[in-house]
Design a protein around this ligand. Sequence first.
Ligand code: FAD
Length: 315
Amino acid sequence: MSEILVLVDHVDGAVRKPTLELLTLARRLGEPSAVFIGDASQGAETLAKHGAEKIYVVDDAEIKPYLVAPKAEVLQQLVEKTSAAAVLIPSSAEGKEIAGRLAIKINSGVITDAVDITADGDTPVATQSVFAGNFTVTGKVTKGTPIITVKPNSAAPEEVGAAGTQEQVSVTISDAAKSAKVIKAEPRKATGRPELTEAAIVVSGGRGTGGDFAPVEGFADSLGAAVGASRAAVDSGWMPHAFQVGQTGKTVSPQLYVAAGISGAIQHRAGMQTSKTIVAINKDEEAPLFELVDFGVVGDLHQVLPAATEAVTAR
Ligand code: FAD
């Protein structure tokens, strides 16, 4: 069976959910092998539980201080060693840069931001949502080992149980790959909320909040949800850009997306329209987002959200 390499995205050894989604997708194509750059002692069990037959561990102090270039070289050497049939990488900014660098090194094609992968015989077929979500296209890499980056929340991680055999791999990193180094890394202030792109529930606020995000945050916290924002809210300085959902922000695809005081511009829809259930709260019954929603509430968010929070908290 073909070997499919999955680059593991982790935070200090804890495997992030998008990697588990990639393992699920990789099983459609062949036998998934995880590539763990760092100390895998914490994450190996999770990877095996989600279908990694092999785990290549590259725990090399030499790589740690550097940015993405050494990671592309690690993958290059593993593709050559294993003759892998495809490489799957999470679609973060870092993941896409690694994918591009790897494609050049191994003379392959790359597809970024896939939202689904199926198999056509031995060839992976990637689905992308393009032009602000107006078109869905499917594509194949026609040259070399296909490299595909996949957006978070594109598949539900499945627990299947696999061998998870670990193999320590040593790699040679070129001097060129060491030309940019991390000088300082500051952890983001912890909010206690889930990461926006990984959350099962997202509650977003827009210009209709008038800058008061307390009702949005209160409702989000009652549901254990992440908080998002429209660009209008971000441009007004009410929320940081990291919270922006949409074409020039993050793409989310949660089980439940609640948009409060957001009109539903196409650029906002581009970042949330694949959510499983969409709820809008807007005082204008003609707001375009109501065309897209599963449930709509016509009303003032400053009244609707506190009432909804109270109802959820009382359960
Ligand atoms: P508005 O369109 O002003 O809508 C506010 C809504 O709040 C209205 O529908 C109003 O009826 C409602 N409202 C007002 N008061 C209340 C109340 N008290 N209770 C309930 N409802 C109320 N936008 C994004 O969001 N994300 C992007 O990534 C993004 N990228 C862009 C990229 C480009 C190149 C361009 C040109 C635009 C982009 N935009 C993006 C901007 C986008 O076009 C819209 O301007 C923006 O989404 C509007 O934000 P909004 O819905 O919060 O504001």
